[in-house]
Design a protein around this ligand. Structure first.
Ligand code: NAP
Length: 254
């Protein structure tokens, strides 16, 4: 049985680790190729786009893929729709592994917005020194905010356009609460911007912001394809793969 994991997330790597070495299972993880030095999962890895839904469907057929797990980031909207279309035309079972959203709790000062553009629009009324954690793509939305100062944290260096008063911090999660507190204090941050990515690796910034009473601009998730079964963690995704593996085995000996 050949399983394709559409990856680029901690959960995708964790799923590959859980499935690695399963007898009768061939595993391929796919990365978009956005990060210069990605942490590679066990098993085979391929890098780069497929060429839309049609390209992905052709890849599934050519490589005799039996099941696909879409474990891409909740904000990677295109690839999830491509996966749903490709799975539908090839009749390959598809599961989405998507971490649960963060939800505000008492003490949070969240401003939920539908896009990075709206996040940028809301900022001047909320603060002057911004901790921007939305990744290096999409910084153009903030490029006109020349009165504000930005601490941009990303895995790879962002390319222009970005706000003129920007300090870049190259780092990748998981982050600690202690570290996030220290960062907010050291840079005199008065507002935080984040996508609602969910997961524990980058959640401590929300706790630190709550403790300091800071406003957080939270970009809501984009839509995802309907009718695709979803699980929130790698363990459940591994079980789904195991069930398909068992079905394939019993079909083979039938
Ligand atoms: P996207 O808008 O959904 O994808 C754009 C195009 O990139 C897709 O149409 C596809 O090209 C290619 N692609 C995306 N994920 C791929 C994968 N796993 N394997 C092969 N091709 C892939 O996604 P994005 O927002 O640019 O994110 C790109 C990757 O970074 C995703 O894999 C995601 O898991 C990861 N990531 C994204 C974010 C974020 O905030 N967006 C954060 C962390 C990690 P073709 O149409 O040519 O197949």
């Amino acid at each position: 049985m050949h399983v394709l994991i559409l990856g680029g997330t901690t959960e995708a790597r964790r799923l590959a680790e859980l499935l690695d070495g399963t007898p009768g299972l061939k595993l391929t993880s796919s990365l978009a190729g956005r990060v210069a030095g990605p942490r590679l999962p066990p098993g085979e890895t391929r890098v780069g786009g497929f060429g839309g839904a049609e390209g992905l469907a052709a890849w599934l057929r050519e490589h005799a893929v039996d099941a696909v797990v879409d474990a891409t980031h909740p904000f990677a909207g295109s690839i999830s729709f491509n996966a749903a279309r490709a799975a539908a035309v090839t009749h390959v079972p598809l599961l989405a592994l998507r971490r649960a959203e963060w939800v505000p709790i008492e003490g949070d000062r969240w401003h939920q917005v539908p896009s990075l553009k709206e996040a940028a629009r809301s900022l001047p009324a909320l603060g002057r020194r911004v901790f921007l954690t939305t990744g290096r793509m999409g910084l153009a939305a903030f490029a006109d905010l020349d009165d504000l100062w930005f601490l941009v944290r990303s895995v790879d260096a962002p390319e222009p356009p970005h706000p003129p008063r920007t300090e870049v911090l190259l780092d990748r999660g998981p982050f600690t609460l202690e570290g996030e507190r220290e960062l907010l204090l050291r840079h005199h941050i008065d507002v935080v911007v984040t996508k609602n990515s969910g997961g524990s690796a980058t959640a401590p910034k929300l706790t630190a912001a709550r403790e300091f009473g800071l406003p957080v601009v939270v970009v809501r998730r984009p839509p995802v394809p309907e009718d695709v079964p979803v699980v929130p963690d790698p363990g459940q995704a591994a079980r789904w793969v195991g069930e398909h593996l068992a079905q394939g085995f019993f079909r083979a000996i039938d």
